[in-house]
Structure formats: C-alpha cells, structure tokens
Design a binder for this molecule. Structure first.
Ligand code: NPW
Ligand code: ADP
Ligand code: K
Length: 462
C-alpha cells in the first residue's frame, strides 16, 4: 500500500529545510516529472498546449514549456501574469529561450492543465469556468498537473473541473484525488518525484493508505491434511429476498469457505452447493446478515447480534436502531452511502444528505470511527473506504461495471468468507474488497454487462 497525505505543502516545506533544497529545485523536479511522461508517451511532432494560471501550479507549467521547448511543438497559454516570485522567474527563463506564447487556447494533441493546483481557495470565476469547459470539450489527451483544476483540497468540485486522462501529482498522493467525485476527473494517477528521497515520505506519519494489487492476500490452502471444517462455516441469515443471501453464499463458497449455510425459517429453493437450516450452526465461524433481510423480529435479531462471532452487517440492518448496541469488536459494517447516512443519524452523529456525505466521505467516516473505534467500517462507493479507529485504506480499483444490484451482496459474501476462514476484520475487508474490484477489472467484455455471477466467476481466476 502507498501512503496518502491530506496536504503536502507542509511536507514540501519540511523537506526543503531538512535537505537544504529550494522551491526552485522542487519545481524543476515537478516539471521534469511531467516532461518525462510526455517524452516517453508521445511523438516529437505532436502539438502540446500548456495552460498556466497565476500561482505555482501555473509556474510548474511555465517550467514545463521551457523543458519541452524545441523537443515538441509546444505552446504556452497564460491566463494572466504570474503572481508568485518563482512564477515570474520561470516566465523570464521561458521568454529568454523564446518559448512560444499563444493568446488563445486551441485543440492540441496534448493539453496540460496547470491552471490551479492545491491553492484553489475560492469559487471559480466565470473566466475560469469558461476556460475549463472549453478545454474539457477538446478531444485532446489531457494531463492535469498535480490535481485537476477545479477540484479542491477536499476533492470536491464546486462548479466544474478539468477532466484529465492522467493526473501527475507532485511528491506524494493527496487525499483529494480519492474522493468519489474525483474519480471522473483524475484519470490515472502518477506521482512525480520532487528530488526528495522516498524515505522522507515513507517515514512521515499518515493514517491513510492507498491499496495496491499486491495487498491482496488470497486464502490459499497451505496444508493437505485438512477437511471442510478447517476452512470455516459461514451462516448467511436470509430474510425477505433470498436472492441476496444466495449471491453472498455463492461468493463465500467460491472464495474458500468450507461450509456455507443459509439460515431461514422457510424452506427456500437454493443452489445445491449451499446448505440450509432454521437455526445457527453449532460450528458456525462467521455470520453475514442484512442483505435482503427486510423486516425481522427484534428479539431474533438480537439473538444473532449478541453471538460472539465475527459478523458482516449489511443493507437493511442500517435502518434498525438495535445495531447501535452491538457496534463492537466482532462486526464489519458494509453500508453504501444511503445506508451510511441512516447509520450516522441512528447513532446521533449527524443528519445529512447523501450529497453532503459524498462530498465529505473521509470526514464522516472519521466521525463515525471516533465514536465507534472497535468497529471496522467499509463505506462503498467508486473509491471504497475501509476504516477502523484512526486508520483508513482506500480501494480505487472499482469501476462502474459494479453499479448493479447484487454487487454489494457479492462483496459481503467475500468478506464473510474470509472472516469465516479466520482472517482478521481489517485484513479480511482489504483482501475481499480487492478481490471484488479486481474481478470486475479483469472482466474482459463491455462495461455494462457484468453480473454478480460473472463477478463470482472472476474470483476463481485471481
Ligand atoms: N510547495 C512547493 O514547494 C511546490 C509546489 N508546486 C506546485 O505549486 C502548486 C501550488 O501553488 P500555489 O500555492 O501557488 O497555488 P495554485 O494552485 O497555483 O493556485 C493559486 C493561484 O490561483 C489563484 N486562484 C485560486 N483560486 C482561484 C479561483 N477560484 N479563481 C481564480 N483564481 C484563483 C490564486 O489567486 P489569489 O488567491 O492570489 O487571488 C493564486 O494566484 C501545487 O499544486 C504544485 O503544482 C510544485 O511546483 C512542487 C513544489
Ligand atoms: N461506479 C462504481 N465504481 C466502483 N465501484 C462501484 C461503483 N458502483 C458500485 N460499486 C461497488 O459495487 C458495490 C455495490 O454495492 P450495493 O450498492 O450495496 O449493491 P447491492 O446491495 O445491490 O448488492 C459496492 O461494493 C460498490 O463500492
Ligand atoms: K492543475
């Protein structure tokens, strides 16, 4: 996993002091980072338009124009004269070698957005909105310098933001790039080094981490003298919609759990691989409850919630106040945003809209985890957040093919499967969530046809 920082300005400052560097050296490295990417990816005759604003993000762009001058067909458009000292210096340097300045933007092959970076500090004015809108309409390959212009430090878009194919961010990953909203703007994310040793960022404290494929720990079996009981027995509590329990059960079974039983009062028609019972199994090692549950008698629910077994709580359960008594060291909660606002309200933390939550996902996850530090929370979304106490892990591998009924049931089943097999809760959530999104990512057909069955099938090929 990689570290993510809420802000890097103070880190840059500390690095400058520690290593006797200067803003100029950092900026040169920032621009070299983008120059290297462009040089590697594009042909020499391709047209590049760099659009620079008045702050240091703009100054990065001016420095980049100098570095690419004569090597590419590069044009520099300034929204205004630079305001910062280093920006003015970069402009002098660029002018001294006759960089090509243009008075109007145009549809180049490549556009580099250096209008605003981390210094965006107010609503965009009309000129900036028009400019970004025009750039977005160009069919160019789009590169955002540091952060797409218009995205603020909390990863919110107030009016409009630059839609990049790739964001080359300076020094280290920033939280703002991983809001759900940001996902439609950042494109791929790459870090440009600033001439500061990696160790500096590695040793700097943060509690946010971006998950990588290598963080996936599959439940490989490493003993031969085993039997089905060795790999746990998951009970999936069924309710009004048995389909949800079947999906979760099939996902769990495919992910290695030795036995899966659906617990239901009625005799359900279920796949022959899955067992069925009316009561919790004696050798049950984990429970999944909530998906398709509908209404349930409070005393029955309480009897399940009070069992000292790892549990995944999902879906309908987030509308029942009873769960507040059981937000303890046994549970993993897997709400989607609508369910999470219900939970926040039940817990008397806040009464907010989905939009408010989606604009401030990290903030509300933190508030919830402060109040319930024992709980492991997985907040669904285009960038999944896994949190416990102070620690946050972000899974950004998911894509819109997952936006379909039943995807969440697969995820709950995968988490419950690993819990049943003895994974700790945070580790279980990390690996299950990675398996879920990587299965979707590996699906080779179009991006609208993925079904829960395909997702489960994909788990078998990880
Ligand atoms: N730290 C370092 O050492 C390194 C930093 N680096 C780079 O610096 C970037 C940060 O630079 P920054 O702090 O100068 O801010 P930046 O993003 O250019 O924006 C501020 C400018 O925009 C303006 N402005 C803001 N909002 C506006 C609005 N809504 N509508 C209109 N105007 C608005 C604001 O105007 P003002 O508030 O002054 O009126 C000001 O002129 C960072 O992202 C990275 O790329 C790298 O080179 C590596 C080394
Ligand atoms: N656009 C998207 N990008 C990434 N992941 C997504 C996207 N849409 C949905 N998902 C993922 O799919 C799952 C959907 O879960 P949920 O809404 O509970 O569905 P259901 O209850 O119908 O099974 C979650 O894991 C969510 O993170
Ligand atoms: K930018």
């Amino acid at each position: 996993m990689k570290k993510i920082f809420d802000e890097v300005r103070s880190l840059d400052k500390k690095a400058i002091e520690n290593y006797f560097l200067s803003e100029d050296i950092l900026m040169e490295h920032a621009s070299i980072g983008i120059q290297k990417y462009i040089t590697k990816k594009f042909k020499k005759n391709e047209k590049i338009l760099i659009v620079s604003g008045t702050g240091n993000n703009g100054a990065d762009g001016i420095a980049l124009a100098r570095l690419l001058h004569k090597k590419f067909d590069v044009s520099l458009y300034l929204t205004n004269e630079p305001k910062t000292e280093i920006g003015k210096l970069q402009l002098k340097r660029a002018k001294s070698i006759n960089v090509n300045f243009v008075k109007d933007i145009f549809q180049a092959d490549i556009i580099v957005d250096c209008i605003f970076g981390t210094g965006l500090n107010k609503e965009l004015d009309k000129n900036s909105i028009d400019l970004i809108e025009k750039l977005n309409n160009f069919k160019s390959f789009k590169i955002a310098c540091d952060i797409p212009s218009g995205l603020d430090i909390l990863g919110r878009v107030t009016t409009i933001a630059f839609k990049a194919n790739i964001t080359i961010t300076m020094g280290a990953l920033k939280t703002a790039l991983f809001s759900d909203v940001a996902k439609d703007y950042v494109g791929k994310i790459k870090v440009a080094k600033l001439g500061i040793e990696d160790e500096f960022f590695q040793s700097t404290l943060t509690n946010k981490y971006l998950l990588e494929k290598s963080d996936l720990v599959l439940p490989y079996r490493n003993i031969e003298n085993s039997h089905k009981g060795t790999y746990g027995h998951l009970n999936v509590i069924s309710g009004e919609k048995v389909g949800a329990s079947i999906i979760a059960s099939m996902a769990a079974f495919s992910f290695g759990t030795g036995l899966v039983t659906i617990i239901s009062e009625n005799q359900e028609s279920i796949p022959h691989l899955i067992m069925q019972d009316k009561v919790i199994s004696k050798n049950c090692t984990a429970i999944a409850i909530g998906m398709g549950l509908g209404k349930i008698d409070d005393s029955k629910l309480e009897n399940i919630l009070k069992l000292k077994l790892p549990k995944v709580l999902d879906a309908d359960i987030f509308y029942n106040k009873l769960i507040l008594e059981y937000l303890n060291e046994y549970v993993v909660l897997t709400p989607h945003p609508k369910e999470f606002i219900s939970l926040l309200k039940l817990a008397n933390i806040t009464d907010i809209s989905i939009e408010e939550l989606q604009n401030n996902r990290f903030k509300y996850v933190k508030e919830f985890c402060n109040k319930y530090p024992d709980v492991v929370l997985l907040l669904k979304g285009s960038n999944v957040i896994i949190a416990q106490d102070d620690n946050i892990y972000i899974n950004s591998f998911g894509n819109s093919s997952l936006s379909k009924g039943g995807s969440g049931d697969v995820l709950s089943g995968l988490i419950a499967s690993l819990l049943a097999q003895g994974y700790k809760r945070v580790e279980g959530c990390i690996s299950a969530s990675l398996a879920h999104t990587l299965s979707a990512l590996n699906y080779s057909k179009n991006n609208y046809s993925l079904t829960p069955d395909n997702l489960i099938e994909g788990i078998k090929n990880l």
